[in-house]
Design a protein around this ligand. Structure first.
Ligand code: ADP
Ligand code: MG
Ligand code: MG
Length: 212
């Protein structure tokens, strides 16, 4: 069966830094419509710092759980906005069920994602349709929860990313119940939530790395 090792995650984090860079202006533009215009900048700052520390991390961490915790802590400490603590918790809590593991099955990867999403929910106290990143993360979780041994991991993760994209689309007509867009009321209607866009983009990098 497919096993995801430390270098799968390390390569994915390198590509996340590039993804953030490429989409920086797009994500900040979304955020300037209904927030303070820094979402792309926040992600770039966070993942650039992760990339900077990766060479040293890949030497020092003993297992994947430790890698995820360290990456989460970097995002948490380096990113000022709401998304730093939220994505920081997402990656940190991915470690919950994989302590000591040098490689994980795709089934275990699905559990990592679930633990990550639950951490975002715990920290942000948002629910589906509050116009946040959870509007992408939660629909993706439904797909990964359905994964069974024998299913194709690439297909499954592709379905997950597609559902996340649809979830992000569904934020457009909503008013916000959390985050900066909350105080805009009706004026947030017609705009996509930036965190829902970055969430599917992040999982798309995990997908692209799985395909290599
Ligand atoms: P800030 O709003 O502090 O400038 P960012 O612009 O980096 O931080 O991130 C904004 C994104 O964070 C929003 O688009 C939304 O998806 C997400 N977000 C904000 N508050 C919450 C929350 N309570 N729960 C989940 N996601 C949230
Ligand atoms: Mg912002
Ligand atoms: Mg901000």
């Amino acid at each position: 069966a497919l096993m995801l090792n430390k270098s799968y995650f390390i390569e994915t984090f390198k590509k996340l830094a590039a993804m953030a860079e490429e989409n920086r202006d797009h994500l900040s533009k979304l955020d300037s419509d209904i927030g303070d215009g820094d979402h792309g900048i926040n992600l770039t700052i966070g993942f650039r710092e992760v990339e900077k520390q990766l060479p040293q991390l890949s030497e020092s961490v003993t297992d994947i759980a430790e890698l995820m915790k360290k990456v989460g802590m970097i995002l948490l400490s380096k990113v000022g906005g709401a998304s730093g603590p939220l994505y920081g918790s997402f990656f940190m809590k991915m470690a919950t069920h994989i302590i000591g593991k040098q490689e994980v099955t795709f089934k275990e990867f699905c559990q990592m994602y679930q633990d990550g999403v639950e951490a975002v929910q715990m920290r942000g106290k948002a629910e589906l349709n509050d116009k946040t990143m959870l509007d992408a993360l939660i629909p993706g979780l439904a797909i990964l929860k359905d994964y069974q041994e024998g299913d194709d991991p690439i297909n499954t993760l592709e379905n997950c990313v597609n559902e996340m994209k649809l979830g992000s689309d569904k934020t457009i007509p909503l008013m916000a119940k959390k985050g900066r867009a909350l105080r805009l009321g009706e004026r947030a209607v017609g705009h996509r939530d930036p965190g829902s866009e970055s969430a599917w983009m992040i999982m798309n990098v995990f997908l692209q790395q799985l395909k290599t």
